[in-house]
Design a binder for this molecule. Structure first.
Ligand code: UT7
Length: 336
């Protein structure tokens, strides 16, 4: 049976470390508050030049992660026939980052598309790669989750609930058609648009709403806003539901699971999910203390780290799960 198998992973984070203390020097917050509420100790933010432009772009981070994944996979870059780039913050309003990757990697005619599903973007990306491969549309798919959050956050006291949580980074996976038991076994994807405004960034705005105006900027409507408690409550519930659903779709249950790779939103969410699912900490991956929430990049970064730490062995049953803006949520069941 032809399956879509992850044959290489990679990651890239900027070298600049921003600690909780660094943030406490800029806004009304403390290391104690951030650690207790989220488990985050530090995150990576891109360096900026004198004019405030980042010295690297999101797609350049994505390309660095991709090169690592391609090397780990041992494939020729030219064999990639489809790029899927998940991000909420592309380099420009359009085109998407997928085409920049196509150019940065020196590919000349691979398909390229972006997925705008925020924290759930990589889950949707793996599901799409699986679909392309099973349908015969593509043989080798590069799936990237990458995010530049630092330039889009309100780092004043007003935005402190969001600003302390998010970081920059990118992760990538090479997904290839293989025969055998390994591969993506099942995916579940969900959304509930009635909660769109509970975690969103209103501006730059879509064509059904007003155009961006100086007033919008004055009212800080170009910064992301979130009802943190509501998101927290829904996330914990939906993570558990999606894990159970995707395992059942693959004819498995929680005892079969070797490693859960959850979206790194908040250590308290990860702990609550692990507890509710009866998973001991060694079966739940976490690196949020070092990178914060890198949105679409948390899962591929976690995959790359878990693999290099020897926590992902061939044949292991792995579930990736995420919840985020939309609301959207979903999970992938993978035999590694
Ligand atoms: O990736 C998916 C998207 N995001 C998430 O999954 C995030 C989900 N939500 C959360 O992680 C949590 O709700 C937060 C970490 C954002 C906040 O934690 P919380 O325990 O829900 O705190 P809270 O919102 O109830 O706020 C408690 C207090 C408030 O003050 P008052 O109203 O009690 O006086 C906030 O104003 O903490 C205040 N606060 C802060 N204090 C210090 C909010 N942000 C900060 C801050 N530093 N950075």
């Amino acid at each position: 049976m032809t399956r879509a198998t992850i044959i290489g992973t990679g990651m890239y984070v900027p070298s600049r470390v921003v600690t909780n203390e660094d943030l406490a020097a800029r806004m009304e917050t403390t290391d104690e508050w951030i650690t207790e509420r989220s488990g985050i100790k530090e995150r990576r933010w891109l360096e900026t030049d004198a004019d405030g432009w980042t010295i690297e772009t999101g797609s350049e981070m994505g390309a660095a992660a991709a090169r690592q994944a391609i090397e780990a996979a041992g494939i020729e870059t030219e064999s990639i026939d489809q790029i899927i780039y998940a991000t909420l913050n592309p380099d420009c309003f359009f085109p998407g980052n997928g085409v920049f990757i196509e150019d940065l990697l020196g590919l000349r005619n691979a398909g390229a598309m972006d997925i705008r599903n925020q924290c759930t973007g990589f889950i949707y990306g793996l599901a799409a790669a699986d679909g392309f491969i099973r349908a015969g549309t593509a043989e080798t798919v590069l799936v990237i989750g990458g995010e530049v959050q630092s330039t889009a956050l309100d780092v004043s006291d007003r935005g402190r609930d969001m600003a302390v949580l998010f970081g920059d980074g990118a992760g990538a996976a090479v997904v290839q058609a293989t025969e055998g038991e390994r591969g993506i076994l099942a995916s579940v994807l969900h959304s509930q648009g009635r909660f769109a405004k509970d975690l969103w960034c209103e501006a730059p705005v879509g064509n059904r709403m007003e155009r961006i105006t100086p007033e919008m900027i004055k009212e800080t409507r170009h910064y992301p806003k979130m009802d943190g408690r509501l998101v927290f409550k829904h996330a914990t519930r939906r993570f558990c539901e999606a894990i159970t659903e995707v395992l059942a779709k693959g004819g498995m249950n929680i005892e079969d699971l070797n490693l859960l790779i959850p979206h790194q939103a908040n250590q308290r969410i990860t702990d609550a999910v692990g507890q509710r699912m009866g998973l001991p900490p060694e079966r739940v991956f976490s690196n949020i203390a070092r990178y914060g929430n890198t949105t679409a990049a948390t899962i591929p970064i976690a995959m790359a780290e878990a693999e290099r730490q020897g926590r992902l062995k061939q044949g292991d049953i792995v579930v990736t799960v995420a919840f985020g803006s939309g609301f959207t949520w979903g999970a992938n069941l993978i035999r590694w």
